[in-house]
Design a protein around this ligand. Structure first.
Ligand code: FAD
Ligand code: DLZ
Ligand code: SF4
Length: 515
């Protein structure tokens, strides 16, 4: 074999042919390294479907690279030689191949990037860590944007990204005369037998081998590999994106905030996993959505909403992560320390909204945005659950969960644990919101119309108790002024009954009783 010029280390969420570390790669002189390692597979107890997706997509990417003539050194998890860590595998491959240089694209997560930055100290060859160019806004560009303003409102960042990409722009003006059509996107949904179904991909022999490995090695983790339906190749992920644009984008906007117990996916894209691991290019997906609008196939409210999620929220979240790490993971402005209830792991609760959202999570390693934010996240914040424990749960259970995108969404957006660095007010809601947006309350053992007492929806008392408990941090927030005014207008008896109801519920939760 020729001497190896570059040893190119590709991580499990870097499955992109145009990855910066592969730029200028030469099949004749370079060797690509990919490895499944216990360190990554166990730093939180990942859902079985998440591990299976990543391993299978990695193995398929290795095949794609080999198809292009590259040599790939691929370590499977159960390889007896496997050292169990990225650094260990790098040292092992370097000792065997003696490359002139190590090349990698920066890891998407702080924890792994830290370790990457330590590689040079144990190697004599130069280690070159390249910038990840798969985002629309670079880390430096975001930092500049943030440096120049007092408040980091996503909406203004998003407008800059619209200008930068030219998506839905008419010269300097936004298409349709408005930047944001969210006001048209907050409708409840009705069950619809004719709603198209999201596609499923039948596991091939590579995936079947991975599913078997995951069931053997991670038997105690959440979920079952029987429910594996993910795309694991670029071609299948691209076909899932086309199917979304054809079948779901036309109704995406309207039902974006809706929840139905028998429809876990509604008109959501189900594309975050593929975008996050690099099988889909976020900008290309947005351009395809824009084309659907220009061709009259999908309305502006939905297409704008979809594009905003990707070039707005997704990019903004990443910017915040790199601005605030490493301290961000310990944010806990409300000093909330309650551990997660057992039902987070089995969905066994009488609260129909939580039971549905968590059961769907266990089945699919997926829950749509409103389940994550307004059901599970809302409950966690109102009940005073420890935000770090909540963060680790989200990081474990969703197939699209990588810390850079999960942490700000959980700690900042859903738990307000950063004290409002990201969100201008907490996403707190009583049962009335869930009743308006879902069909859950009609089947719940609790009564959403009752405010306090044993049968009342627990969220009703928890909501006021949360605001009361955290008044020190929230009562000066002008967006909450009216809500606090209502609280202050309540007579003492009513306030006491909210506090007592919340305390009784939390006592039961702490005692591990069925709630
Ligand atoms: P759709 O609802 O159809 O949205 C389209 C696309 O927009 C998504 O595929 C995704 O790429 C992007 N997007 C939408 N909202 C966000 C957002 N807030 N942040 C970043 N990208 C967004 N997303 C993750 O990718 N990984 C996570 O670990 C994750 N954790 C979350 C935790 C909480 C508490 C909350 C509130 C949100 C979280 N999100 C996360 C964002 C969002 O819920 C998911 O991206 C979305 O549910 C994925 O499903 P979908 O592809 O059907 O998305
Ligand atoms: C999430 C994950 C898991 C479970 N396992 C691996 C793995 O064995 N090998 C790998 O390269 N990547 C894995 N990943 C994804 C990584 O966690 C992700 O690429 C980095 O953490 C990004 O910083
Ligand atoms: Fe959830 Fe309350 Fe409705 Fe039950 S009544 S489903 S707990 S919001």
């Amino acid at each position: 074999m020729n001497p190896v010029r570059h040893l190119i280390f590709v991580l499990g969420d870097q499955l992109t042919l145009t990855l910066s570390s592969l730029e200028g790669a030469d099949p004749d002189r370079d060797l690509i390294l990919m490895c499944e390692v216990m360190e990554e597979a166990t730093y939180v107890p990942h859902h079985k479907l998440k591990i299976a997706l990543i391993f299978s997509a990695m193995r398929h990417f290795a095949e794609e690279l080999r198809g292009k003539g590259f040599k790939v050194h691929y370590t499977k998890l159960d390889d007896p030689q496997n050292s169990g860590s990225f650094s260990g595998e790098l040292l092992r491959a370097t000792a065997a191949a003696l490359p002139e240089r190590i090349v990698a694209t920066e890891a998407s997560e702080w924890r792994v990037l830290q370790s990457m930055q330590g590689w040079q100290s144990s190697l004599t060859q130069p280690v070159e860590i390249r910038v990840d160019t798969r985002f629309i806004c670079s880390k430096a560009e975001f930092r500049d944007w943030a440096d120049n303003r007092r408040s980091l409102t996503m909406e203004y960042f998003y407008r800059d990204m619209r200008r930068k990409t030219g998506l839905l722009m008419q010269g300097e003006e936004p298409e349709g005369g408005r930047w944001n059509f969210d006001a048209d996107n907050r409708k409840p949904a009705k069950p619809d037998l004719f709603r198209p179904k999201h596609g499923v991909v039948r596991p091939d022999s590579i995936t079947l081998e991975v599913l078997d490995l995951v069931e053997r090695v991670f038997a105690g983790n959440m979920g079952s590999t029987k429910n594996f339906v993910f795309a694991v190749t670029r071609a299948d992920a691209e076909s899932a994106a086309r199917a979304f644009i054809r079948d779901f984008l036309p109704n995406f906007g309207e039902t974006q905030d809706a929840m139905l117990k028998d429809e876990p996916f509604l008109n959501h894209a189900m594309l975050s996993f593929y975008i996050n691991i690099g099988l889909l290019d976020p900008l290309a997906v947005c351009q395809a959505a824009e084309r659907a609008y220009l061709q009259g196939h999908a309305p502006l409210n939905g297409v704008e909403g979809f594009i905003r999620q990707i070039i707005g929220w997704r990019e903004y979240i990443r910017g915040i992560y790199w601005l605030k790490m490493p301290g961000y993971q310990h944010s806990n402005v409300f000093a909330a320390h309650r551990p997660l209830a057992g039902f987070f792991w089995d969905g066994d609760t009488a609260m129909a909204c939580l039971s549905t959202a968590i059961t769907q999570t266990i089945t699919h390693a997926y829950a749509h945005h409103i389940h994550r934010l307004m059901v599970i996240g809302n409950f966690s914040m109102l009940a005073g659950l420890d935000p770090h424990a909540v963060h680790e749960w989200y990081l474990s259970v969703y197939a699209d969960a990588f810390e850079w995108v999960e942490l700000p969404n959980v700690v900042g957006m859903s738990q307000f644990a950063d004290g409002g660095f990201m969100a201008s007010k907490p996403y707190a809601a009583s049962g009335a919101y869930i009743d308006r947006m879902s069909d859950y309350c009609q089947d719940c053992r609790y009564d959403v119309s009752k405010k306090t007492g044993e049968d009342a929806c627990p969220l009703n008392a928890l909501y006021w108790d949360f605001l009361d408990r955290n008044a020190e941090h929230l009562s000066k927030n002008h967006r909450l002024a009216q809500i606090y005014a209502s609280w202050h207008r309540m007579d003492d008896g009513k306030k006491r009954s909210y506090r007592d109801s919340a305390a009784r519920f939390l006592q039961k939760l702490d005692a591990g009783e069925y709630v």
